[in-house]
Structure formats: C-alpha cells, structure tokens
Design a protein around this ligand. Structure first.
Ligand code: BTN
Length: 252
C-alpha cells in the first residue's frame, strides 16, 4: 500500500500487512511505548476485527481498510462526541471520493452511502487515550458484502485507483485531527462539532425504534443531537434522549 499522502496526516503511521484487530494492536503498543496522540495504525487485512455488540468485523485482504487512531481523552462530559467526530471525519473523507454526496452519519457510529453501510466505528478506552477504530469496505464486490444492507466505496462509485486507500486515509486522518482538536480546545458547541454532526446525520428526521438495555423499546422520530451527544427522540409522550449504548433501528 502506498500511503504517501496519509503519512503527512498523522505524527506516526504504523502500517501492517496483517493484524488481528487494529484496535487491540494499537492499544497493546500504546501500553508499552510512548506513542504521540493521533498515532494511527492501519492494515488492509484484519483477521480478527471486532464490531459492536460482540460481532466480528471482516476486512478481507486488500478489500477493506481497518484503521485505529490513538485519540487524547477529552473531559468526561465530551467523551461521547468522539465516535461522532470519527464518523463525521470518515463521512467527509468518503464523500470526497464519490461522484455524489449522498453520504451520511447514522447516529452514533456508522457511515452510510444512501441507506447502505460503508464504514463502522468502534472506540476502546485505554489508560493512554481512546483507541478509535474504523472499518471501511473499500473494494468489496457485491457477492462479498457481509450483509445485504452494506456497500463498498467502489460499489458506490469511487474510482478504484492505486491511491484510493491513501486518499481515504489521508482525508480521514486530517479531518479527525481537526475535529477532535476543536472538541478538546473549545468543546462540541463552540467548535461547531455539534452543528456539523447534526448537518451530516441521516438519522435525524427519521422514524426510529430504540432498544434499551434490559429489553424494553420505544418508537419515535429522531429530532436532534443533544449537547451531550445523545440522540433526542420525539415520542407520543414527549422527548426521550438515547445514549450511544442503546440500539437505534431506523425504520424504513
Ligand atoms: C461496527 O460494528 O459497525 C463497528 C465496526 C468497527 C470495526 C473496526 S475495524 C478497525 C477497528 N479494529 C477492530 O477490531 N474493530 C474496529
């Protein structure tokens, strides 16, 4: 992989031919060596990737990109913004590679092209900071998609040149550094992060079904992202706010 652009967008970029989970690999390295904030670790072949809700995440050799970035820990009240900042950064990078701009963030941590998932984000808290992982379907073919609701950059219309991974990664690293820097310096409100995520969030305005830990659920319309990064859902009996750990299904 030629990642000459991306190398300028992180203080340290670790590129592996193969890794189990890039989140685990970066967390393990950060625990034993001093890595600067925004160090990134990437591979195009992840063999034991992990997704949300104890699912796996597949990155078949050369067809996807698994990226983990060591982010500084924000003050506790702002931590919930990190996955949204990562999702927005990836949304912007993906949008720049496609001939159309129908790319949106599904709150709290997916990137969709139209209704189809192209990237999932999963963070891991460590003593050294937050390891923020992103898995992108880059050039999966239709018969390789893990679920019918997924897509890949190439299926969505990105030009499959030799620099596709480099452009994707460079755009993502530059943007996540900018967004998280703003969050740490000024907070989500003053830095414009809440406004930018709101504008990019395809969940807003949609009818959703929310599953709460413990098994109960409710339905309503997603109407806003609150100052603490929770999703505000308008129900028949008033507004409820939903934490990132709750499961939100967008109803067609
Ligand atoms: C999801 O379930 O949608 C989140 C998927 C996150 C996968 C990425 S790939 C890079 C990083 N390493 C992992 O093991 N998981 C994340």
């Amino acid at each position: 992989m030629n990642l000459s652009r991306a190398r300028h967008c992180a203080p340290e970029l670790i590129v592996l031919d193969e890794a189990g989970s890039t989140n685990d690999e970066l967390a393990d390295r950060a625990a034993v060596e001093a890595l600067p904030p925004y160090t990134a670790l990437v591979t195009a072949h992840q063999t034991a990737g992990r997704g949300r809700r104890d699912r796996g995440w597949s990155t078949p050799a050369g067809r996807g990109l698994a990226i983990s970035v060591l982010l500084p820990s924000p003050p506790p009240g702002e931590a919930a913004w990190l996955p949204l900042a990562a999702g927005l950064a990836m949304r912007d990078s993906v949008a720049a590679l496609l001939p159309h701009s129908d790319v949106n963030v599904k709150w709290p941590n997916d990137v969709l092209v139209g209704e189809r998932k192209v990237c999932g984000v999963l963070g891991r808290l460590t003593a050294q900071g937050v390891v923020m992982g992103a898995g992108v379907n880059v050039r999966l073919r239709a018969d390789e998609l893990p679920v019918p609701t997924a897509t890949s950059l190439v299926l969505a219309g990105a030009a499959d040149g030799p620099d596709l991974d480099d452009r994707l990664l460079a755009g993502y690293l530059a943007r996540i550094t900018e967004l998280v820097g703003g969050l740490l310096e000024r907070g989500a409100e003053a830095s414009g992060l809440r406004l930018a995520v709101t504008a990019a969030c395809g969940t807003l305005g949609r009818e959703v079904r929310v599953e709460l830990p413990g098994g109960s659920e409710f339905r309503g319309r997603a109407v806003a992202i609150a100052p603490d990064a929770r999703l505000v859902v308008r129900t028949a009996s008033g507004d409820e706010s939903v934490a990132a750990g709750d499961v939100v299904h967008v109803r067609p």
